[in-house]
Design a protein around this ligand. Structure first.
Ligand code: AMP
Length: 114
């Protein structure tokens, strides 16, 4: 998608602090981190929501979860815990319409979230 920020990051047209890449996903640090560890995992292919992604290519969704597990280990939060979040739609304040998984950790993450 020409006007999608995360497509541009995947393509390298917009810079990002990338921490991991594989054939199906790209992961980079959130520009406005909400925790000491805050990484976004996105599928290379554009889909507006994770549900759309799952319906079109379930292997990409599995790869996103596998990437999150690897990132948590690499960032040193596997033992202390971390949260994986999909914000979907208006009430969840989804701001970028390219499916993305937030990986948050490194502090006590309160529940329920705000
Ligand atoms: P969401 O609100 O769930 O749609 O999450 C979108 C996330 O993208 C937010 O946490 C933003 O801080 C983050 N974000 C926006 N622009 C960039 C960027 N250029 N590089 C990295 N993260 C970004």
């Amino acid at each position: 998608m020409d006007d999608c920020l995360f497509c541009k990051i995947v393509a390298g047209a917009v810079p990002a602090d990338k921490v991991r890449e594989d054939g199906l996903t790209v992961a980079f640090r959130d520009i406005d981190p909400q925790a000491p560890v805050h990484v976004l995992v996105v599928p290379r292919a554009h889909h507006p929501t994770p549900g759309a992604r799952a319906a079109a290519a379930p292997d990409a969704l599995v790869a996103m979860l596998a990437a999150a597990t690897g990132i948590a280990a690499a960032e040193g939060v596997s033992g202390t815990g971390y949260r994986c979040v999909f914000n979907v739609g208006r009430d969840a304040h989804q701001s970028v319409e390219h499916a993305h998984l937030h990986v948050l950790g490194g502090r006590d993450l309160r529940w329920p979230p705000g």
